[in-house]
Design a protein around this ligand. Structure first.
Ligand SMILES: Cc1cc2nc3c(=O)[nH]c(=O)nc-3n(C[C@H](O)[C@H](O)[C@H](O)COP(=O)(O)O)c2cc1C
Length: 176
């Protein structure tokens, strides 16, 4: 399967990007592409801008990137219980191309944060609303206390229970 992996953070040190990189290393049987949402930077969405200049090219390229994939793997960073502004902005612009941003694709949703909450709020928000955007959430997993469960040197999840949960979440793609 062609899997598009999206760390939903614009931080260059993003722990969600680290999690995505580790998760994708566990999927050698798939053709995986990890994107950087910084490559899709756009002005903050405004209906005035849209009326004046239309939808930026980056929104269409993001939409078509999803179209070319068989499945999506997204890891959400949480800011104040919500999406990062960077991802929300990209997503909002993409919905102006077509509201069905996820285009019926199966999605595995991950989220992590340094705290014990593990970005559960944004994960619930993303998984609970995916159907409005024609996304089929096949699995979702929050990894709490990132720095306690992920070893920075080996770049792997060291907690066996978390590893098993991650493997199980990723394995749902084999059922498609
Ligand atoms: C403005 C701001 C708000 C945050 N709010 C939350 C939050 O609501 N829940 C949480 O678990 N972590 C929160 N954090 C901490 C982030 O989880 C942490 O910065 C994490 O590294 C973000 O993921 P990333 O590294 O993939 O960008 C917040 C951080 C910032 C800067």
């Amino acid at each position: 399967m062609k899997v598009l992996a999206i760390p939903a953070s614009n931080s260059h040190k993003s722990i969600n990007k680290q999690l995505i990189n580790y998760a994708t290393s566990l999927m050698p049987q798939h053709d995986v592409e990890v994107i950087d949402i910084n490559d899709y930077e756009m002005p903050i969405y405004s209906s005035d801008l849209e009326e004046a200049y239309g939808i930026p090219e980056a929104a269409s390229s993001f939409f078509y990137k999803i179209q070319q994939a068989d499945a999506l793997l997204i890891s959400y960073a949480e800011h104040n219980g919500n999406y990062t502004v960077a991802y929300k902005n990209l997503f909002d612009w993409a919905t102006r191309v077509n509201m069905k941003v996820y285009q019926g694709k199966p999605i595995i949703m991950l989220a992590t944060s340094p705290g014990p909450g593990g970005a559960k709020s944004v994960l619930a928000l993303a998984s609970g609303s995916a159907h409005f955007f024609d996304g089929q959430v096949k699995a979702s997993l929050s990894i709490p206390s990132f720095y306690e469960n992920f070893d920075q040197d080996s770049r792997t999840i060291t907690n066996p229970e978390m590893n098993a949960k991650l493997q199980a979440a990723l394995a749902v793609l084999e059922l498609n």
